[in-house]
Design a binder for this molecule. Structure first.
Ligand code: ARG
Length: 461
């Protein structure tokens, strides 16, 4: 058991206690961030004259060799270290002796772990954002290609009005755009450095907090050292953003599952993104979409778990906070892989445009437009609604679409109908007449906005 403490103890830690207390089995995930933090800390210590330049260089060089040895597999995390911080420090001391013992001057594991977690979440946030941007580009591509692909729009999962695939996918563009914007605003809020907070009360050494913060790409040092070691709000915010992303991904997955079913056949998933059944040879299952939908549960779970952990913690650092890691790591990995897979699944799928259009033509999706036609001829909307309702009933009896009714049949319910009714309820007109901002007929404007959004997003990277 390699520990950083022990001076005031007369007995060894019980093995069970050690196992329960250790975090190296999972906090090794932020080894790179831990070393990055130590490099900044030691550079600042030398700048302030707390360590000599020679000591700084010795430590920096040794940190490089430790990283190289871990990467090559020469050095492993085995060996009974309590956590990743102990692992790095113990190896430093083993290699350079007394100089290594100076690394932790003016620092506590409390501000160290607060820093590591913050760096880790920030790195992962950047990767999540990049994945979201890719997904947005793919969705935008589908929209551009499907401005004229008609499909039924649904409410209550009942055919409602005809829309286009571009319009339908545009709703998901908005959702993932909000997710991305949420991450970007979180990045700004969380970008303060806890280093220098010490155990909770700061330190007597003349640290330059702004300097170490700048070395690590932060906008500045956190304002209050007690908050610095105990703030995990940014983790909660990431998890809540992730929960919302998973909810969006899950809704889209659900639609893909429905659209891929034999009844709908709107979309055909590529073989590379589907799986088969061990017994039914004909099956091609949408497992990836189902798994994305299913995995939303564990991400929500991670968020709830951390809220619950944090709610009873008195200031400042308490060991409960070690529980901020495992489920968060899992939630981050899960969310990232789901975004990635959704993007690949969408990109490789084929849309069955003819089938979608045929489906949109059935189910009286143009009934509202027929009513609007009467309103344009001066019939009050409520009366028009009743007239069209009766005509729909007639169509159901005759097993035909509204487009198949003869002019006499239209006129049997209302004299205001004329030859131009057929054009007025054609799919193309139904869609293109919807010109209000955000409607399927105004798709060019929406696409132009999305294009600008994507261009600016790429520029700002
Ligand atoms: N493994 C600990 C954590 O994840 C590191 C901080 C330990 N600090 C302490 N005072 N024991 O929170």
């Amino acid at each position: 058991m390699a520990q950083l403490w022990g001076g005031r103890f007369t007995k060894e830690t019980d093995q069970l206690v050690f196992n329960f207390n250790q975090s190296i089995s999972f906090d090794q995930k932020f080894f790179a961030q831990d070393v990055r933090g130590s490099r900044a800390h030691v550079t600042m210590l030398a700048k302030q004259g707390i360590l000599s330049e020679a000591e700084r260089d010795e430590i920096l060089t040794c940190l490089d060799t430790i990283v190289a040895d871990v990467e090559s597999g020469k050095l492993t995390f085995e060996g009974g270290y309590e956590d990743i911080h102990s692992f790095v420090e113990a190896n430093l001391i083993e290699r350079i002796g007394d100089t290594g013992k100076k690394l932790h001057t003016g620092r506590s594991r409390n501000d160290q772990v607060a820093l590591d977690m913050r760096l880790y979440v920030r790195d992962e946030l950047d990767e999540t954002e990049a994945l979201l941007l890719n997904l947005l580009k793919t969705i935008h591509g589908i929209m551009e290609e499907n401005k004229d692909t008609y499909m039924p729009g649904f409410t209550h999962l009942q055919k409602a009005q005809p829309v286009t695939l571009a319009h339908h996918m545009g709703a998901y563009f908005e959702m993932f755009k909000r997710d991305r914007d949420h991450l970007l605003s979180l990045r700004e809020r969380m970008n303060v450095c806890p280093l220098g907070s010490g155990a909770l009360a700061g330190t007597t050494y003349p640290l330059d907090r702004a300097y170490s913060a700048a070395l690590l790409g932060f906008d500045g040092a956190c304002a209050n050292s007690m908050d610095g070691v105990s703030d995990r709000d940014y983790v909660l915010e990431y998890l809540s953003a992730a929960a919302t992303m998973m909810m969006h991904l899950s809704r889209l997955s659900e639609e893909i599952i429905i659209w891929n079913s034999n009844e709908y056949q709107f979309i055909e998933l590529d073989d590379t993104y589907s799986t088969g059944s061990s017994i039914m040879p004909q099956k091609k299952n949408p497992d990836i979409a189902e798994l994305i939908r299913g995995k939303s549960g564990r991400v929500y779970g991670a968020m709830m778990s951390l809220y619950t952990t944090m709610k009873g913690i008195p200031l400042a650092y308490d060991k409960d906070m070690q529980e901020d890691k495992e489920m968060t790591f899992d939630a981050i990995d899960t969310t990232k892989s789901c975004i990635h897979l959704m993007e690949g699944m969408l990109k490789s799928s084929v849309w069955n445009k003819a089938r979608m259009e045929k489906s949109a033509a059935q189910g009286f999706t143009n009934a509202t437009d027929a009513a609007d036609y009467l309103v344009r001829k001066g019939v009050p909307f409520r009366d028009a609604h009743g007239i069209i309702g009766r005509l729909v009933l007639l169509c159901i009896e005759k097993n035909c679409a509204m487009d198949d009714l003869s002019l006499e049949e239209w006129k049997s319910e209302c004299d205001a109908f004329d030859e131009d009714i057929y054009e007025a309820i054609s799919m193309k007109v139904c869609v293109e007449r919807r010109l209000t901002e955000g409607a399927p007929g105004a798709m060019e404007e929406e696409l132009a906005k999305n294009r600008t959004y994507l261009e600016n997003a790429v520029k700002s990277r």
